[in-house]
Design a binder for this molecule. Structure first.
Ligand SMILES: Nc1ncnc2c1ncn2[C@@H]1O[C@H](COP(=O)(O)OP(=O)(O)OP(=O)(O)O)[C@@H](O)[C@H]1O
Ligand SMILES: [Mg+2]
Length: 238
């Protein structure tokens, strides 16, 4: 269970996250949606301990962010909005690096299996900088999954990918569902609908809706999810 209560974060005059309260059931997949600047990455960075909140409470799988930062760091992993691969290392070296940092057991075998699982076998010895965008994204995701996180956070995992690569990643994320709790953000509404058990909509730092696609559409009084999203997230002419 992930529980966020009355979370606040501002940057100067900008209230990036305002009074955000949200709970996510363990083992489920949750998608956080919102227009550019709604506060999704800020929220994620606070959960990942890379950004300090101003106030509020965060509890991740029984650990309090104020008291158990070290434990929280150990149980989650982030695949960031900008991919985190080392460009001058090969696919295999990038994974070996993470395996080493996390002191993963049977590292050689795990790296081998992960390369296969993420369809990177033919690129094993290629430098990361020579990979396509989709391959880099797969490698970035592989680098977070190899650590077996109890909470996997994916910030725009399919940004800029073509439909084929996006579908390949969806397949992988679908396989990961059930293995771990997943929190993801995306600008592709159909991606949120097909991957997530629950969806949260953010607008100017606040959570404006939460539920299944159907629940959100019904509560908005609109005909479909896209119209509901635009109405709730401030994308309609006001
Ligand atoms: N380090 C920072 N310094 C100043 N302002 C920031 C910083 N990080 C975020 N902000 C501001 O906070 C607000 C929320 O940004 P955030 O990156 O969380 O949005 P987002 O929902 O992830 O948007 P996108 O969909 O574009 O990724 C924006 O107004 C942004 O300009
Ligand atoms: Mg973002």
């Amino acid at each position: 269970m992930i529980k966020i209560e009355n979370l606040y974060k501002s940057f100067g005059k900008v209230d990036a996250v305002k009074n955000l309260s949200l709970s996510i059931k363990g083992g489920t997949t949750f998608a956080l949606l919102g227009l550019n600047g709604a506060g999704k990455t800020t929220t994620i960075n606070i959960l990942c301990t890379t950004l300090k909140k101003d106030s509020g409470k965060v509890n991740i799988l029984g650990y309090d962010l104020d008291k158990n930062e070290k434990e929280i760091k150990e149980l989650l992993n982030l695949s960031p909005q900008e991919t985190a691969v080392a460009q001058n290392l090969t696919v295999e070296e990038n994974l070996n690096l993470i395996a080493g940092l996390y002191a993963i057991e049977n590292a050689k075998e795990r790296v081998e299996k992960t390369i296969e699982r993420f369809s990177l076998t033919s690129k094993k010895t290629a430098l990361a900088k020579t990979l396509s965008g989709g391959q880099k994204r797969r490698l970035s995701l592989a680098m977070s999954v190899i650590t077996n996180p109890k909470l996997l956070i994916l910030d725009e995992p399919t940004l800029g990918l073509d439909i084929k690569s996006r579908k390949e990643l969806w397949k992988i994320i679908n396989e990961l569902k059930g293995e771990t709790t997943i929190l993801l953000t995306t600008h592709y509404l159909e991606e949120a609908v097909s991957l997530a058990d629950e969806i949260g909509l953010m607008r100017q730092g606040e959570l404006v809706a939460k539920g299944s696609e159907k629940e959100i559409v019904e509560s908005s009084g609109k005909a479909d999810f896209e119209s509901a999203f635009l109405a709730l997230c401030g994308g309609e002419d006001e």
